[in-house]
Every structure is written in structure tokens, then in C-alpha cells.
Ligand binder design. Structure first.
Ligand code: SF4
Ligand code: SF4
Length: 482
């Protein structure tokens, strides 16, 4: 039976963050260099994702980037398809679909995204941290270096590290900028003087400073204190979510390996010369030492855990050494560990899945029926109507045409669809709207008086490009029947 004091001690981790001391000061985390099967797989996958990140802005499709998130000009390109402000509903729906997908994914697989695909984790653990190990050594050497005075060795190592970190931050900043404004603009920014585009230059400098700050100083705090996705875990994770978990059923009661009484420390000892604890955990704390967020996964799933798998690898290595099966820390759900339950589809998963399927269907429908030409047709400001010598009534409209495709669209005709005897004429013979651009035109619509419904008549106008009807607009037509 545990005493109250023991209970208080084991629950103590709940009262504070592992990276903040009692005075509120940050405790710098020195994670031990990870190694093992999971780390190797993550390394390979990260190389693939990082290559994609750096190469994608250079890929052009039909003369435009594969992806572009130009929030300044409100132009978005997904898989080479241009979306303009007129497609805002599609972009908004796409984002909602994405969020539902993320929620569903998290409910089932926990923070798999954080460990395997989040750019923050990829750059931090696979790029910056590796460079740090390479220059400054493993955790203990880094700790020692930080504590020692600024001698030649420290200046050289820190100088090299910050220079390399700076160069990589510049690269990331330029690539991130390319996703916002396109690679062509970034190349112009790089090859011209800053005075050519001050806004772009300041943007690049700001990005570089932010990335350098995040990967050099902020580090795990970005996941713990800033990332909104991390904060959502408390509401998204359930007892059936697959997370990185310590098998406390198997591991407890933990205890250190104890040397048998008749064995001396300086003898050549094998595993048989030790008394093993009752549980499989030998309390070596290697899983804590490798954790980049400084937590002890044996305390259960925690907000700080970014599912980096380092503790799995560390513990598997220990299990190999003490000849116990691997997987004391592994991907598992709470119910899997506590009740030996296999994965099952919970009502929550089924509900989210149904919402996701509905949203995906709606996305597909809207995308397939997306009009290549967006038009708005408004009466020319300050005009009413005009009676023509032939007795018809004429209204003048200003038409704004947005071409959502890559190719130019030639507007040849405006035709009245729901009234007889009238006509609609473009000022000039035809209108050419360049790919991805917009233009305006003036159209005069004439109707016989007998077609008017009153002072205001709804008129449907079809807009044609040769033999292809592009879209239909409904306008208010003013005129006196009498
Ligand atoms: S607890 Fe394990 S998986 Fe989670 S962040 Fe720490 S080392 Fe990574
Ligand atoms: S690495 Fe494994 S054995 Fe060592 S303390 Fe962690 S859970 Fe226990």
C-alpha cells in the first residue's frame, strides 16, 4: 500500500511543466541523441518530405506553380488549378474538410502528424538537432559546453552552429516565401536590390529571423505553448486513440536492476547476475533522457508529447539488453494497454467519417461544376434607362469578367435568355479575358416594351464564347411599360 507521501511524489509531474523550474524560468532540454528503427524510418520519411518542401515551388504546371497561397493578391493554386477570390466558398469548404480530416485522423491516430510530418518537428529534430549533435556533441557535451566560459572552443562551436542555423533559416524563409508569392518573385527578390521590392525584402528578413529564433531558442516551446493543434489534443484524444504509450501493466512495478548479493561490481557481470524488478521497466530513465520535450512518458499521455518515437527506440534497446520483449513503450491506445482491447470503430469515429465523406462529396461536386468564367453584371452607375427610336427600352451594364483558367477566354456574345425580341450588344465586337486575369466590358441590353414586367424586370443574360455558353447572369432591367 502506497503512503500519502509516495502518492504525492508520483503525481508531482502534474503540477508543473517539465521545461519550467519553480521560479518560472525555462529549463533547457538536452535530449540524448536518438537512434533506432523508428528514428531511421522517420529520418527516411523526413528526407522525402523535406525534399518535397524545397523542390515543389520550382515545379510549374501549365505555366503556374503547383501550389501557391498568395494571400496578398488572394490567388490560390492547388495542384496547378487556380482559385481566385470568387472561389472563396471552395477554399473555405476545402479548409473545413481539411480540419475534419485532421480531427478524424487525430481521434484515431493521435499525434502521428506531429512526429512524422509536422514541419516544426521535421526541421527541429531531423535538421537543426542533428547539426547540433554534429557540432556540439551529445546531450552531456552540449550541457558542458554551455556551462563553460567563452573560450576558443566554445566560440568556434557556437559560431559554426549559429552560422549554419542562419544559412538554413535563410533557405527555409525563401522557400516559404515562394509558396506565398511564387518562385519567380523570390528569384527577382534575390537577384535585385532590396529597393526594388522593400516589402518582399522585409518579409524575407522577418521570415529568416522567425525561423532562426524558433529553431535556435524557442524549440519545443513552439509545440508546448504556441501550437493550437497541440492544445486540441485534450478534446480530441480518447481511450481508443493510438498514441505513443508506456505499457504500465507490463512495466510496473518498476525498479532498478539489483546486483545479486554475492556479486561484486568489478566482476564480469551478465544479466543473470542481477535481480530484475517485478515489472519490465528497470527505471533507467533513458526514455526521459531522449525526449525532446523533456517529459516522462511513463506518466501517461501528455500534451507535450509530439510522438517523435525517440522513447520507443530508447526503451526497445533497453528491452533487448535485459532480454525482454520490445514494445514496453509503443504505439497503442489506452484500452489496448489497460484492457488488451484491439482497435475498434467508436461512434465518434463513425460520426466524423460520415461528415468527412459528405464534405468530400460536396467538394467534388462543386469542383466538377466550377465555372471557368466568373461574371458580375451591374447597371452602369448613374444611368437609368433610355427609350430608343424604335420604341425599345435600353439599359447599360458594366460587366466584370474573371477568367479562372490558364487559357484566354474570348467572349463573343451576350444573349437574352428569358425575353423575346430584345438583344444585348457588347461595346466593341468581343472581349478577351486573359488566363487568370479579369477585365470589364460595357453591354447594352434592349427590350421591347411589351416584354417588361413593370418598372423593374428580371432579365437572364447568357454569356457565350463562340458556341459555348459560359455562364448566365440575372440583371434588373429598368423601364416604363407605358
Ligand atoms: S514522450 Fe516519447 S514520443 Fe513523446 S515527445 Fe517524448 S520522446 Fe517523443
Ligand atoms: S527506457 Fe524503458 S525501461 Fe528505461 S525507464 Fe523508460 S520505460 Fe523504463
Amino acid at each position: 500500500m502506497e503512503t500519502l507521501a509516495q502518492l504525492a511524489d508520483t503525481e508531482e509531474y502534474r503540477d508543473h511543466l517539465s521545461t519550467v523550474d519553480e521560479s518560472g524560468k525555462r529549463i533547457w532540454v538536452y535530449p540524448k541523441k536518438p537512434r533506432g528503427a523508428f528514428y531511421n524510418k522517420r529520418l527516411l520519411f523526413s528526407v522525402f518530405l523535406l525534399s518535397l518542401f524545397f523542390v515543389t515551388p520550382f515545379i510549374q504546371y501549365h505555366g503556374r506553380p503547383l501550389f501557391l497561397f498568395n494571400i496578398f493578391e488572394r490567388k490560390f493554386v492547388f495542384f496547378g488549378t487556380l482559385f481566385m477570390p470568387q472561389d472563396f466558398h471552395l477554399v473555405a469548404l476545402g479548409l473545413i474538410t481539411f480540419f475534419v480530416f485532421v480531427i478524424l485522423f487525430t481521434v484515431v491516430f493521435g499525434r502521428l502528424w506531429c512526429g512524422w510530418a509536422c514541419p516544426q518537428t521535421l526541421f527541429m529534430e531531423i535538421v537543426f538537432r542533428r547539426i547540433e549533435y554534429w557540432i556540439e556533441g551529445d546531450a552531456n557535451q552540449q550541457r558542458k559546453l554551455n556551462q563553460q566560459p567563452w573560450n576558443q572552443e566554445k566560440i568556434l562551436k557556437k559560431g559554426t552552429k549559429f552560422t549554419v542555423f542562419g544559412i538554413i533559416s535563410v533557405l527555409i524563409a525563401h522557400t516559404a516565401m515562394a509558396y506565398l508569392v511564387g518562385m519567380d518573385t523570390v528569384i527577382k527578390l534575390v537577384t535585385h536590390s532590396p529597393s526594388h521590392n522593400w516589402a518582399g525584402f522585409i518579409g524575407l528578413v522577418a521570415f529568416t529571423v522567425v525561423f532562426f529564433g524558433v529553431f535556435t531558442y524557442l524549440r519545443e516551446q513552439a509545440c508546448i505553448a504556441i501550437c493550437p493543434y497541440g492544445r486540441l489534443q485534450g478534446v480530441l484524444l480518447g481511450k481508443d486513440s493510438i498514441v505513443i504509450a508506456y505499457d504500465y501493466v507490463r512495466g510496473e512495478p518498476r525498479g532498478k536492476l539489483k546486483r545479486k548479493e554475492n556479486k561484486l561490481a568489478d566482476e564480469h557481470l551478465t544479466l543473470n547476475d542481477f535481480i530484475k524488478p517485478q515489472g519490465d521497466c528497470i527505471d533507467c530513465k533513458l526514455c526521459v533522457q531522449v525526449c525532446p520535450t523533456g517529459i516522462d512518458i511513463r506518466n501517461g499521455t501528455q500534451l507535450e508529447c509530439v510522438n517523435c518515437t525517440a522513447c520507443i527506440d530508447a526503451c526497445d534497446e533497453v528491452m533487448d539488453k535485459i532480454e525482454k520483449p520490445r514494445g514496453l513503450i509503443r504505439y497503442a491506445s489506452f484500452n489496448n494497454i489497460a484492457n488488451s482491447q484491439a482497435f475498434k470503430f467508436t461512434p465518434r469515429i463513425i460520426a466524423y467519417s460520415m461528415v468527412l465523406v459528405a464534405l468530400l462529396s460536396l467538394d467534388a461536386f462543386l469542383l466538377l461544376n466550377r465555372e471557368p468564367l466568373h461574371a458580375t453584371m451591374l447597371k452602369v452607375r448613374g444611368t437609368l434607362y433610355q427609350e430608343m427610336p424604335n420604341g425599345n427600352v435600353a439599359n447599360m451594364y458594366e460587366v466584370n469578367l474573371v477568367n479562372k483558367t490558364d487559357q484566354p477566354i474570348i467572349i463573343t456574345d451576350f444573349k437574352i435568355a428569358n425575353k423575346k425580341g430584345g438583344n444585348a450588344k457588347i461595346a466593341g465586337n468581343q472581349v478577351v479575358v486573359k488566363g487568370g486575369e479579369s477585365t470589364t466590358a460595357v453591354v447594352v441590353v434592349e427590350l421591347p416594351k411589351n416584354q417588361l414586367d413593370g418598372i423593374k424586370t428580371k432579365v437572364n443574360i447568357d454569356i457565350w464564347s463562340g458556341s459555348k455558353k459560359m455562364t448566365t447572369k440575372t440583371v434588373n432591367f429598368l423601364g416604363d411599360k407605358e
